[in-house]
Design a protein around this ligand. Sequence first.
Ligand SMILES: *Cc1c(COP(=O)(O)O)cnc(C)c1O
Length: 394
Amino acid sequence: MTAIDVARARAETRGCEERNHLNHAGASLMPVPVMDTLLDYLRSEERIGGYETADRYRDLLENFYDASARLLGCQRDEVAFIENATRAWDMAFYAMDLGPGDRILTSIAEYGSNVIAYLHRAKRTGVEVEFVPDDADGQLDVAALERMIDDRVKLIAVTHIPTANGLINPAAAIGRVARGASVPFLLDACQSVGQMPVDVSELGCDMLSATGRKFLRGPRGTGLLYVRRAWIERLDPPMLDQHAAVLIDKDTYQVRADARRFENWECNFPGKAALGRAIDYAHHWGLKAIRDRVFALADRLRAGLSGIPGVQVMDRGPHKCGIVTFQIDGTEPAAVKQSLAAKGINVSASDASGNRVLFDRLGVAGVVRASVHYCTSEDEVDQAVREVHKLAAA
Ligand SMILES: *Cc1c(COP(=O)(O)O)cnc(C)c1O
């Protein structure tokens, strides 16, 4: 396996000239080929018209499905293009037939919007939501999950990598439990897709959501949904239009047999073309090579931060990813973010909203999140450590 050519990756990322961007988990920097695809597409719409551009770029638009299938190890007809990961996840979740007495098992690290959707449906339908405890290392306790299974469990829905912690949940082991119990498994892979290999067969998930703008380095306002072939026709989308279904006569419609039943007809066409290009670009580096570099850079950052008096690294679990979260004693995360921004370093301050259950468990109100990617340099990591050291000493 070849290592990443970092100089080239940086040369193809204009944003690297401007800032020390450690916010790839928020929104990464689009590389030149992705930005060019987006701009070419938009310029064509300006010149020849939107429908005419869709005809001209048909192959590029269709490439989104092939690129996604290759990325996730699935078939192209198992993928839908959706405007963001939350809506992609919703389209699968709200399509599931869940009623009074049914149980949903989910993770402590669950994304805030997902928890709101569970509670929303619990209120409407009487479905029950239960959080599987974490083990001593901080990842979802797979043995506890196994003990919680009974024939009322109708869905296992888990966040692979939380939005504000370095944790990687053991998705493949969770998938084996789900398979064994014949319970569908919905994986929020928003933070994992693009920073590491994510193969739906290896993980055993039946549905998966991901976003374009984070580690895939695509444009904002793009996302995707994977649904396993066997589940597509068992899921009744919460909304249908004349792309998702065909109107046969005044009394009859037929829903598409592929995953595009979860799509809208009108969508972000330039974004779809550019996200396909972004996925191709990730393939060109290789997801294993990306993971190795991202994880090594994050380890370097964690090691540097751990050595600073007054700084606590908050990441949990035996396996950690490219997201590094920390606190400086006595300094609000928002103030840390602002001070680092003044030095040209982009990080984000995460409050509990996206991580309510996890943060309540940890007893924290917020953390600073620094997230690296393969185009991050070792020097940038070291600069961030130096600046945090100065802030902690101040
Ligand atoms: C960002 C994020 C989402 C939401 O993605 P959007 O594209 O903003 O809808 C969902 N889950 C996790 C874990 C995330 O980090």
